[in-house]
Design a protein around this ligand. Structure first.
Ligand code: HEC
Length: 170
């Protein structure tokens, strides 16, 4: 009886040792690696002050209005105007990385996929801006918009302000 208790005690101690060793190992594995990124700016602030203004640079760059004077179409004409479109597209694409950072990512599954979707759409728009293809920039504006919406439909809920991110003309 006594011997058995001692045996049990031994096993328990061994178990604790193993658990401690595992905890130490996983601590080492999870120790922060790389630069001390700051993620205290919330997803909402990033959206309002970076992602949305960047998207406007893409969405507002090319368009058409119909009024009594007829059809008015605009598109970037100068190198500076094209640069604004590239800036917008690039900022959207890179902000996908900011959204995927620990502290901002709401999960490691769909959130990541949706962020990548936004990045892909924005990089396509960037390529179109580089090629100075105004019609393509216009069409890809919708692809970008859909990539925003796909995430908002799942993660931006119960908010009366929802829907402020709309396509120009809508
Ligand atoms: C991976 C997810 C995701 C993607 C992609 C995404 N958003 Fe958001 N967005 C959110 C979430 C979540 C909120 C709500 C903020 C909160 O609840 O923290 C939000 C809120 C916003 C807001 C409201 C900010 C405010 O002041 O309340 C705007 C505007 C916005 N997004 C624009 C965009 C645009 C434009 C795009 C695409 C170019 C985009 N978002 C792509 C997740 C996303």
């Amino acid at each position: 009886m006594r011997a058995r208790r001692e045996g049990d005690e031994m096993r328990t101690r061994l178990g604790l040792l193993v658990a401690a060793a595992l905890a130490a190992a996983s601590c080492t594995a999870e120790a922060p690696a790389g630069p001390p990124f700051r993620t205290d700016t919330s997803v909402r602030l990033l959206m309002a002050n970076m992602v949305d203004p960047a998207a406007d640079l893409v969405w507002d760059a090319v368009g058409t209005v119909l009024d009594e004077t007829g059809e008015t179409r605009w598109e970037p004409e100068t190198e500076e105007e094209w640069l604004q479109v590239r800036l917008g597209a690039m900022a959207i694409a890179e902000s996908a990385n900011l959204l995927m950072m620990d502290g901002r990512a709401r999960d490691q599954g769909q959130w990541i996929t949706l962020s990548q979707g936004m990045s892909d759409a924005a990089m396509q728009a960037f390529a179109a801006a580089e090629a100075e293809d105004a019609d393509l920039v216009f069409d890809l504006g919708e692809t970008v918009y859909n990539s925003c919406n796909a995430c908002h439909g799942l993660y931006w809920v119960d908010d009366t302000d929802r829907g402020r991110a709309v396509m120009p003309g809508n």
